[in-house]
Design a protein around this ligand. Structure first.
Ligand SMILES: [Zn+2]
Ligand SMILES: [Zn+2]
Length: 473
């Protein structure tokens, strides 16, 4: 196994930053040393297989993207990234672990869905991966499977309050799943939108001839997100299940979450880069059908209503705990185009798995968050939230050597033909310029990105069984 010394850089963790050298031995971190330390000999650099000069750069734990959908079946098509293309793009962007969603749709069996996901990922992933389980049909069989899955390292279960007939659970089903989750210590993840109300608004809009992509956002108003968020929290309080609300975009929904966090309940919130940077007016409302590129649920929200600034504020206060991508890419040609003339047929999703570390670092550059909070939001907290911390989310002896050397003086131009390795014919982030650059990426001690080239391979990434939520003990 190779030994690598990363020297001259500043190690940034969730709790602080300091000049430190990092010694990697095989898959894991062997030591984090003061520069010039003679503890392991006088010339450590001469005794290792490779030295990475990180002078002037940040050395951070690899990103953990806790919300991706490789090859997700949706709306008659499939998300366009495979585990190979999606995890390769993730690696390019400094994300070394993804947690993808295994899918049980209404009418299918949980264990069949999970088996299918293992098959998609095994041997095809460039970085390590875990699974959450989507439960799209809560019944006795599904509830029994939840207990079994926890012992297999799948410790979080996603329910939907939207998409009737596909993923939707009614309140009774949610209650039963939460009771089971509370019993077994699992975390319930919630897609919190009132899908029943939304579907009526959608039909009414279409009947009025309102077919453009912007109506996707207008028919999913903030009230439908806030109402569902509140209802989910109440059911979680009733049952004692830990609750993690995914892809929050409405400031009112986060205010509700914050109020219940303040009362000491185990409710957590996630947002995504698209809700921090993009808006109903600027992207979803682009002329003609262009806005289809930004159709995702929850939807992009109004900049005039200042949702974006409020979400950044909640990232600072800690009421939003995690930034994941909800990576769910669809090509414009033939996929997004399924919704030409009917916005409700546009596959929901944006591809961002490659850009999350850069986009959030831009928040550091702009003075919205500290470098430490950047690491916490993108790596440390998602690792703790989903039972990976210690192995992932930290640079410390014994941890997996998932490490990013990030150049704060570098530059990244995002867009097709520039920085773009996702399997998509467009970028939702076209034209974004980042004052920073992912220079070197290690996945379990293997250099997968350096010198502007990809050195990883499909099959290097392994399934990582997860423990329970580490915020609860
Ligand atoms: Zn969702
Ligand atoms: Zn999602």
């Amino acid at each position: 196994m190779a030994t690598i010394l990363i020297t001259g850089g500043t190690v940034v963790s969730a709790t602080g930053s300091a000049p430190m050298d990092v010694l990697v031995d095989g898959d894991t971190v062997a030591a984090v040393l003061q520069p010039g330390s003679r503890l392991l000999g006088t010339d450590l650099a001469a005794g290792v297989d490779r030295v990475i000069d990180a002078t002037g750069k940040y050395v951070v734990p690899g990103g953990v993207d806790a919300h991706t959908h490789m090859e997700l079946p949706f709306g008659g098509t499939f998300a366009s990234d495979t585990f190979e293309t999606g995890t390769t793009a993730a690696a390019w962007g400094g994300t070394t672990t993804i947690i993808d969603f295994a899918v049980q749709r209404t009418g299918e069996r949980v264990l069949d869905g999970l088996a299918a996901w293992h098959e998609k990922a095994a041997g095809n992933s460039a970085v390590d991966y875990g699974f959450h389980q989507i439960v799209g049909g809560v019944d006795d069989d599904a509830l029994k499977s939840m207990s079994e899955l926890v012992s297999e390292g799948i410790t979080s279960f996603k329910l939907f309050m939207a998409y009737p007939g596909v993923f939707y659970s009614d309140d009774g089903q949610i209650l039963r799943a939460m009771q089971t989750a509370a019993d077994i210590g699992a975390t319930v993840m919630m897609h919190a939108e009132n899908g029943i109300a939304i579907d009526v608004l959608v039909q009414q809009a279409l009947a009025r001839g309102e077919t453009d992509p912007i109506h996707h956002g207008l028919t999913r108003p903030w009230e439908t997100e806030e109402e569902a968020t509140h209802r989910a929290i109440m059911l979680a309080r009733l049952t004692g299940a830990p609750l993690y609300i995914v892809h929050m975009s409405a400031k009112q929904a986060v205010a509700t979450l914050a109020a219940h966090r303040q009362q000491g309940f185990n409710v957590f919130g996630e947002t995504c880069p698209q809700y921090l940077y993009l808006s109903l007016e600027d992207q979803l409302g682009a002329p003609g059908f262009e806005g289809a590129k930004w159709v995702c649920s929850t939807p992009l929200r109004s900049r005039a209503q200042e949702h974006q600034d409020e979400l950044w504020r909640y990232l600072r206060t800690g009421d939003l705990s995690v930034v994941s991508t909800d990576h769910c890419p669809f090509c414009f040609k033939e996929q997004k185009e399924l919704g030409l003339g009917d916005f409700s047929k546009i596959p929901n999703g944006i591809g961002s798995v490659e850009h999350r570390m850069d986009l959030l670092f831009q928040g550091v550059v702009e003075g919205r968050i500290t470098p430490e909070r950047w690491v916490e939001l993108c790596s440390t907290t998602p690792a703790r939230m989903f039972g990976l911390y210690g192995r992932k989310g930290v640079i410390a002896p014994g941890a997996d050597a998932d490490i990013v050397v990030y150049d704060p003086s570098g530059h990244t131009s995002i867009g097709v033909g520039k920085t773009h390795h996702m399997n998509m014919d467009h970028s939702a982030w076209e034209g974004f310029e980042i004052d920073g650059h992912v220079d070197v990426v290690l996945s379990r001690g293997s250099i997968v990105v350096s010198d502007g080239a990809f050195h990883g391979r499909a099959g290097h990434g392994r399934f990582v069984p997860r423990g329970l939520n580490q915020y609860l003990r």
